[in-house]
Design a protein around this ligand. Sequence first.
Ligand SMILES: Nc1nc2c(ncn2[C@@H]2O[C@H](COP(=O)(O)OP(=O)(O)O)[C@@H](O)[C@H]2O)c(=O)[nH]1
Ligand SMILES: [Mg+2]
Length: 228
Amino acid sequence: MFSLVIPTYNEAKNVGPSVAAVCRALDGHEFEIVVADDDSPDRTWEVARGLDNPRVRVLRRTEDRGLAPAVVDGFAAAQGDRLGVMDADLQHDEAILPEMIDALDTHEFAVGSREAEGGGYGEMPFARRLGSKAAAALARRVLKVPLGDPMSGFFALRREVFERVRDRLDPRGYKIMLEIFCLARPESHIEIGYTFRPRHAGRSKVSAGVAGQYLSELLQLRRRLREQ
Ligand SMILES: Nc1nc2c(ncn2[C@@H]2O[C@H](COP(=O)(O)OP(=O)(O)O)[C@@H](O)[C@H]2O)c(=O)[nH]1
Ligand SMILES: [Mg+2]
């Protein structure tokens, strides 16, 4: 089974459309959706529960808040032997989910990528696109990570890859894919192209003013990798 974790914070208007889109894309697959919500003030958790969809389980988290720990909690609660993460704001194209799941037959890790063939940044403004590419280049250089889109928050992996690093994770900040990837060093991975879409409703929590924090997270992760 495939378990898709959707981390949410104030996504009340997006969680329903996201779940519906995933269910359409994965029609005929065996899957569950774990919504990992940080007790959002807009009551995203309540909206998600109200969808009354048997595929959906909702975690209402009140401690250790943050995107990365929410994803790890979602994985811990997941029942599938294949795990995935997708944002709730419809920026990630759910249409590649079947390809990501199938890719796990032959690869340990699959990354939804704006830099792979068939991928792109869509309508993302030039300045943000540049920022995103600079951040990616930095990650590749600092961590020697062989990914075109190392900042992707859209990825899937075999459960055993997560289990391999679970005890060593220090999930803080936003770069959970990078942390799992770097600690686990998957034997084989694949990047699958998709076109980034504009955010459906609401506002980004992540992108504004996190450049400094991002660099310090990269350096911290590098230090930990060297200490291993
Ligand atoms: N549970 C949880 N989800 C979060 C948190 N911050 C962001 N998210 C979710 O993570 C996803 C990515 O965040 P977003 O703000 O869209 O980042 P951006 O795509 O980089 O602008 C969205 O589904 C958010 O609702 C958090 O602190 N806790
Ligand atoms: Mg987003």
